[in-house]
Write a protein of this length. Structure first.
Length: 151
């Protein structure tokens, strides 16, 4: 398994040093759990969207991104998910990592300091080199859209 350095720093004034850096819960986990750096519990009402602070910033090597993904247990059990899943942290971003959550469940959900609220996945990035052409090659699918092959 490849290991790629990612630099983290705690941000002043966030008092998050008592929290864990994002970490892998198991030896083969793809995502690192990230904790909520809240000063007090936050109630996320059904349909509500919030940005949760992490208390840290990252420096990612060029050619990589960090994807912010939901934690499956929160999503399946409570309807708590990342609003723009997967979110992207670009290699040139140096601000605080904040997690955009939405409550798609039917009940309010309380998020507390230190709760694991999302997972971060380091991923390689390639950039498209666009080429303008007069016509695209034909395929069997053609312009068939969503659901065109049936259930």
């Amino acid at each position: 398994m490849d290991r790629v350095p990612v630099r983290f720093t705690w941000l002043d004034g966030r008092h998050a040093r008592d929290l864990d850096l994002p970490n892998y819960a198991t030896a083969l986990a793809a995502g690192m759990d990230v904790q909520a750096a809240l000063d007090e519990p936050l109630t996320l009402e059904p349909g509500e969207i919030v940005l949760i602070p992490s208390g840290f910033a990252v420096a990612i090597r060029p050619g990589y991104e960090i994807q912010v993904r939901p934690r499956s247990g929160l999503a399946v059990r409570h309807g708590i998910t990342v609003i723009n899943a997967p979110g992207t942290i670009d290699a040139d971003y140096r601000g605080e990592v904040r997690i955009g959550l939405v409550n798609l469940g039917r009940e309010a959900f309380v998020i507390r300091r230190g709760d694991r609220i999302a997972q971060l996945v380091l991923a390689r990035v390639c950039r498209a080199e666009l080429e303008l052409v007069g016509r695209l090659d034909e395929t069997d699918r053609g312009s068939g859209g969503f659901g065109h092959t049936g259930l």
